[in-house]
Design a protein around this ligand. Structure first.
Ligand SMILES: *Cc1c(COP(=O)(O)O)cnc(C)c1O
Length: 381
């Protein structure tokens, strides 16, 4: 049916009507006083969301652009970096580092398992002559639905003195990322995930310690030269032409988030994750990630006795719900349910009801109602 598609993929995520309407306006000049006021307001709001006083820079890019900017502005050719890889995005940051001739050591875990902070500690403690300049970690590894223990990894990084750079693309706005409290140096995210916005903006938070490395960092940079963004941000301006209508949307989305409150936003994501996981268990559909490392943004399911791609196809065609599939070697083996951003408890029940109907259609053997009932129990507890 037209206009009924429900996105339960991990980005782009659903966008509230008031955000869409705020964007449906004539653009204004990006050098105007009116736009400066918008930049000032959204920068304040973003600092609130990021729990930081650090510089908060806004780029016209996807999340990858924001992460690439964070990596290339504070490192030099040949620098040694540790990159956590337990999914598609960790792999991508290792590839970005290699594209810029950094000396990459991967710390890996199987997709579906969290990174082991002890492996970071071992590598960092062995590096007595301080060759490791940065540790790069994906907080919520979207491809597998795993939440990595950035807090513990960061403690080992702090003991060593390297910079820590975090992909918080699907953790920011879903779970706490207390940048100042933890002392995270570079934190990157993108508008189409927890922000309730369409794709188009990237965000990078940069600590004073990272800026110390900036003047000597020799990797090539121009459009993503964060020094330019910092200089202009100090004047509530932007070095290039930003997508001004996205800023109008961001203004409204941040107001909505502030009204809900950080704690309530995190609790909502936690509750919806728990409900989704309880339902999958009740339906005997195996979860890829363990409870202690489950992403609050996305649940990965590796079904047995029914094909993941068939589930996705019926959900999409008959019930107008888009679920994500697996990537790389998990293609066809898993489906992923996004519960990130503008998602209500009703959306979760709707998706799980449709999933049960889909399972019936596919002749999967289960107790009808078990999934919805298990989720309802969590949602109403
Ligand atoms: C979506 C996502 C990104 C960014 O992807 P883009 O397509 O460049 O926006 C980065 N990391 C994670 C964990 C993501 O989920």
């Amino acid at each position: 049916m037209d206009d009924k598609l429900m996105l339960m993929i991990p980005g782009p995520t659903p966008v509230p009507e008031q955000v869409l309407l705020a964007m449906a306006k004539h653009p204004i000049g990006h050098r105007s006083g009116d736009f400066s006021k918008v930049i000032a307001e959204v920068t304040e709001g973003l600092k609130w969301l990021h729990q930081t006083q650090n510089d908060l820079l806004i780029l016209a890019s996807s999340g990858t652009g924001a992460m690439e900017a964070g990596i290339i502005n504070f490192l030099s050719s040949g620098d040694r970096v540790l990159v956590g890889t337990n999914g598609k995005f960790g792999d991508r940051w290792a590839q970005v580092c290699e594209a810029y001739s950094l000396n990459v050591t991967r710390i890996s875990a199987e997709w579906g398992k969290p990174l082991d902070p002890e492996e970071f500690r071992t590598q960092l403690e062995a590096d007595t002559d301080k060759q490791i300049k940065a540790v790069i970690v994906t907080h919520s590894e979207t491809s597998a639905g795993v939440l990595n223990d950035v807090e513990t990894i960061n403690r080992h990084v702090k003991a060593h003195g390297a910079l820590i750079m975090v992909d918080a693309v699907t953790s920011l706005g879903a779970t706490t990322v207390p940048i100042d409290e933890w002392g995270l140096d570079v934190v990157a995210s993108g508008s189409q995930k927890g922000y309730m916005l369409p794709p188009g903006l990237g965000f990078v938070a940069v600590s004073p310690k990272a800026w110390e490395a900036y003047p000597h960092a020799n990797l090539p940079r121009f459009y993503l030269d964060l020094g330019k963004y910092r200089k202009e941000a100090a004047k509530n301006s932007h070095p290039f032409t930003p997508p001004v209508n996205m800023f109008f949307g961001l203004q409204v989305a941040l107001k909505m988030m502030q009204k809900e409150g950080l704690e309530n936003i995190f609790a909502r994501h936690q509750r919806q994750m728990n409900a989704t996981r309880a339902a999958m268990r009740a339906l005997n559909l195996p979860l890829l990630a363990p409870d202690y490392a489950a992403s609050p943004a996305i649940t990965s399911v590796a079904p047995v006795g029914v094909e993941a791609e068939q589930i996705r196809s019926v959900m999409r065609k008959q019930f107008d719900i888009a679920l994500a599939g697996g990537q790389d070697h998990l293609k066809g083996k898993i489906f992923r349910v996004g519960h990130l951003g503008f998602v209500s408890d009703r959306d979760i029940l709707t998706a799980l009801g449709a999933l049960e109907a889909t399972l019936q259609k596919l002749n999967y053997d289960f107790t009808p109602g078990a999934g919805v009932s298990a989720a309802a129990k969590v949602l109403t507890a």
